[in-house]
Design a protein around this ligand. Sequence first.
Ligand code: NI
Ligand code: MN
Length: 239
Amino acid sequence: MNLDGSEITWLGHASFLVKSPGGKVLVFDPWLQREGNPKAPPSYDTLGTDTDIDYILVSHGHFDHMGSAVSLAKESDAVVISNFEIAQYIADQGVTNTIGMNKGGTLELGEIRVTMVFADHSSGISTDTGIVYGGEPAGFVVTLENGMTIYHAGDTNVFGDMAHIRSLYAPDVCLLPIGGHFTMSPKEAAYATRLLAPKVVIPMHYGTFDVLKGTPEALRDLLENDAVEVRVLTPGDHH
Ligand code: NI
Ligand code: MN
């Protein structure tokens, strides 16, 4: 979808491709079909070579959020931004450009600002030899060159400090998980939307697996009397 000169494309699940008004390309929580995302359009399997990606943002260590981080970073030379532990883990896989940060920190990337914020979830990294500590899960608040602000919540339950995210950053667009089971369901996501008060909420992290039962229709019903647009995207559609 196009909003204030930004193009936001859902790649299925929690993966989003954002082209900023200044021409920068950011990918949130990369997980392409080739690495197992059943909802990612196969045409995006060549994203790393087709597109000059600038930044890859990884919210936490679960495979469905960083499954394509290493491969995409190697293909595109993008900078991977995540918490300290995941940035180190990804660097250890041979990725040259990583930035480790933590909650409350803000990166100034030219005219784009990236702030890491709280998420109520877990972040262990599954490996062949068991789970590796992946630091703490996070969300990202990204302010683009023209001031348009996107909050990608990562995987999370609703939490009261979303009110602080609203006060501090006033996100225009919120990307919120609604599938339930591992994250918020529509009930909690509707409550989160009221705490965050964005212009647009885009539901994500639903329908990928059978247990993710929350639907965008349910979220829309819960928010029908609220002054927010629930924008339901189709993976791969950038119109
Ligand atoms: Ni997760
Ligand atoms: Mn997840």
